[in-house]
Design a protein around this ligand. Structure first.
Ligand code: ADP
Ligand code: ZN
Length: 445
């Protein structure tokens, strides 16, 4: 099957036959692996205690419904057993340690055995191939290499496929552009916000999208909207694919899009997914937004049972035309710890991004600042105007502001102060973008 994309043709290929396992067989495999995993974590102090108080053992797992009897694991639990209290194998079996990026505080560490690294590489290879990667491609990895799982995870995946890696790492944007042009790189891997920075820098160098050799990109590690995808595809002249993961579960490779770009296939032969209401922890109906919870059923060094990701998304179990049998997850709408409560209303930064990008003339560079000068929360949304639309004429700028204000109100139900700022005036990020400044919390402390 050949699926025609806006930019070029991507053939649907499947890296690992396991991706098309019939669902009843997949379910049987999940039960078997879950049972095995429960047995393997039984000596991890946290689980030992929890299992004892709930009367759980590997033998008590008979169906997938039994999963719901198992305890949840949270980031806080990991912090309380800092640094490696969840290790389920002897230290000498560990070949690598990574850490979460610390977006929400002190990093947490995770560990891998040699087999875990192999599994992880294969999972990254699966989504890379799903999104067009072939052994003949040159791939530029502009994720930071280090404790963060993005750099090494994708590196291993590309290596597995046998494509050529240009390990550029993050930063030095002019050099990124030089590398991709000189080496005729077809595939870019980084965060969506960094992809846009590269596009912007290329434009500033007088390059048009046609002069950039890239054909597609695999982007992830932070929330982004469908409108952001369109901008990236247009500005870099690529097909842009989304992939998702978190270090606690394995890193990138938990899920990724196929050529159809209609949700990310979750690699269910390695992770059992649940979608729950973040307050009641009860499952939500399929298709409804909830917090994703993963149980890692094959990981050796750092298996986690029902890990609460704090990421909000929807699940879709309808069959996909690509032939993969796995459930798909929507884009991440936001993370519960990023959710802003503004005058009692829940808002995710991604909703503000969606509103901004709907308005012609805005750029995808924005910042949200919250303050509470008196009793009421005040929100200021700063957005850069596209260079060609930036004008000295008050009336035009006022009209643009009004349009943004209306979109934000339509999506969030809230009124925010909109400030239009000059092109290039907001901070740029090389990894995960930090768009929210919450001065309300600073005052409480
Ligand atoms: P940290 O929690 O410190 O950011 P990680 O580097 O492990 O640690 O990042 C994992 C988190 O990144 C996920 O929980 C999710 O919030 C975010 N993330 C990863 N990929 C995506 C994606 N494709 N879309 C949205 N968010 C993503
Ligand atoms: Zn598919």
């Amino acid at each position: 099957m050949v699926i025609v994309m806006a930019q070029f043709k991507v053939e649907n290929r499947i890296w690992d036959p396991a991706e098309t396992t019939p669902r009843d067989e997949l379910r049987r495999l999940q039960i078997e692996r879950l049972k095995d995993c429960v047995g393997r974590v039984a000596n991890v102090p946290f689980y030992k205690e929890a299992f004892a108080s709930h009367g759980i053992s590997a033998d008590s797992i008979r169906s997938l419904d039994d999963l719901r009897r198992l305890p949840f694991t949270t980031k806080e639990d990991l912090r309380q057993h800092y640094p490696l209290g969840f290790l389920a194998v002897p230290r000498e079996k560990v070949v690598r340690v990574h850490g979460s990026s610390g977006t929400t505080g002190k990093p947490t560490f995770v560990a891998y055995t040699a087999r875990d690294i192999d599994t992880w590489s294969n999972l990254c290879a699966r989504f890379l191939v799903a999104g067009g990667l072939r052994p003949e491609h040159f791939v530029q990895i502009a994720f930071g290499y280090g404790l963060f799982t993005g750099g090494f995870g994708l590196h291993q995946g590309v290596e597995k496929v046998g494509a050529t890696i240009v390990p550029a790492s993050a930063g030095n944007t002019p050099r990124q552009i030089m590398l991709m042009c000189d080496l005729n790189v077809q595939v870019l891997i980084c965060t969506p916000s960094y992809a846009l920075n590269i596009a912007e820098a290329a434009r500033d160098h007088g390059m048009s999208p046609e002069q950039i050799p890239l054909k597609f990109g695999h982007f992830g590690a932070e929330p982004w909207t469908e409108d952001m995808r369109i901008r990236i595809e247009q500005e870099l002249g690529v097909a842009a694919f989304n992939n998702y993961g978190l270090s606690e579960v394995i890193g990138p490779g938990v899920s990724g899009e196929c050529t159809l770009q209609q949700g990310m296939h979750i690699q269910e032969d390695h992770f059992i997914v649940e979608c729950v209401h973040p307050d009641t922890l009860e499952p939500v109906a399929i298709g409804e937004a909830g917090e994703l919870v993963f149980t890692t059923i094959t990981k050796e060094a750092f298996p986690l049972i029902r890990y609460r990701t704090r990421d909000i998304a929807r699940l879709d179990d309808t069959p996909c035309r690509c032939g993969r049998t796995t459930v798909r997850m929507s884009r991440v709408i936001g993370r519960t710890d990023d959710m802003l409560i503004i005058r009692g209303v829940n808002v995710f930064p991604s909703q503000i991004e969606e509103a901004l990008l709907r308005v012609e003339g805005t750029s995808p560079h924005y910042q949200i600042e919250l303050d509470r000068p008196g009793a009421l929360d005040q929100v200021t949304v700063r957005v850069e105007v596209r260079p060609e639309d930036f004008s000295d004429r008050m009336r035009e700028m006022q009209a643009l502001r009004d349009r943004i204000d209306r979109e934000i109100h339509a999506i969030t139900g809230l009124r925010m102060n909109v400030e239009l700022v000059k092109p290039q005036s907001l901070e740029r990020f090389q990894g995960k973008a930090k768009r929210v400044i919450d001065r309300r919390q600073m005052k409480v402390e």
